[in-house]
Design a protein around this ligand. Structure first.
Ligand code: PBG
Length: 329
């Protein structure tokens, strides 16, 4: 970098002296347009259920969703993400419940799309909320079978699209699924349904509270390292993204969030596709617990979210979405 001047001619604190001046030179801002709000949905009526490891986040029964959608619309949040808590009794080795057109997600999609057209809804495509072993696909010889799993994911995607899902978000990390899902959507008249690929999803230790929320934590046997990415790697992320762009992804996700800001930047520097960041459940709970026991200040939420904007993310999936959108108004 040239022409940066030197002290005492140059005093960087001058621009920081007054609040109006700090506002003038601000490089990044956060707006409700940047936020995606994840919502956990459960069976039953009028249920708002605490999730122990995620203070302040709840599972809601389908009949309560309209209230939440109104809330999101009022706060100008462009999209919500739905995640199911499937009762244990409906889980099996193949995740069959994922293809049931009366599962929680399908019910939620039908209800929301009947009355609300002006909010985006994204749904995960993966089998882990539905399998009795907690893995994202089906298991053959102790290994998550790629191609057999993709066949089921295609059906899951088509079902969600039929129910009105706007953005199909495969979070399973199987090879080749974006292209296969794109092809099937197009063939069935869903050529305008978008695909948000969880292209760069690491085998992370920060997903624990989410697995509690969808009820897969106690069921999960082993880890997900033979399909999710190794967190020692970064260049591999470029290959994942390049493939998914070629296969037809409309946006790509990096997940988790804060420990992977370098990856967001790397992708933004190499591709023109919109990149979303997922501030995952473990990150949420750490910050929330810190605020609750007064170790850190509430403004840490905004600070954490702005870091994604600096890194180049176009939008952020965060459990703080509703709360921070309220503050931004
Ligand atoms: C399911 C899925 C996971 C998350 C989103 N979709 C968990 C996992 O892969 O084990 C994690 C989100 C979070 O921790 O907030 N495939």
């Amino acid at each position: 970098m040239k022409n940066i001047g030197s002290y005492p001619n140059t005093r960087l604190r001058r621009n920081r002296k007054k609040e109006w001046s700090r506002r003038l030179v601000q490089e990044n801002t956060l707006s409700p347009n940047d936020l995606i709000w994840p919502i956990f949905v459960c069976e039953g009526k009028n249920i708002k259920e605490r999730i122990k490891t995620m203070p302040g986040v709840y599972r809601h029964s389908v009949d309560r969703l309209e209230k939440l959608i109104e809330n999101a619309l009022n706060k100008k949040i462009p999209m919500i993400a739905l995640f199911p808590n499937t009762p244990s009794s409906k889980k099996d080795a193949k995740g069959s419940e994922a293809l049931n057109k009366n599962n929680i997600i399908c019910k939620a999609l039908r209800l929301i799309k009947k009355n609300y057209k002006e909010i985006g809804i994204m749904c995960d495509v993966a089998l882990d909320p539905y399998t009795n072993h907690g893995h994202d696909g089906i298991i053959k010889d102790n290994y998550v079978d790629n191609d057999k799993t993709v066949k089921i994911l295609i059906k899951q995607s088509l079902l969600q699209a039929e129910m009105g899902c706007d953005v199909i978000a495969p979070s399973d990390m199987m090879d080749g699924r974006i292209g296969e899902i794109r092809k099937a959507l197009d063939k069935n008249g869903h050529e305008l349904v978008q695909i948000l690929s969880y292209a760069v999803k690491y085998a992370s230790n920060f997903y624990g509270p989410f697995r509690d929320a969808v009820g897969s934590k106690k069921k999960l046997k082993g880890d997900k390292k033979n399909y999710q990415m190794d967190f020692n790697n970064s260049k591999e992320a470029l290959r994942e993204v390049a493939l998914d762009i070629k296969e037809g992804a409309d946006f790509v996700m990096v997940k988790p969030g804060m420990p992977y800001l370098d990856i967001i930047k790397l992708i933004k520097d190499n591709f023109k596709i919109p990149v979303f960041a997922y501030q995952v459940s473990g990150e949420y709970s750490l910050i929330r617990n810190g605020i609750n026991n007064k170790t850190i200040n509430e403004d840490a939420i905004l600070e954490s979210l702005i870091s994604f904007k600096r890194a180049g993310a176009n939008a952020i999936i965060t459990y703080f979405a509703e709360e921070i959108a309220r503050k931004l108004r």
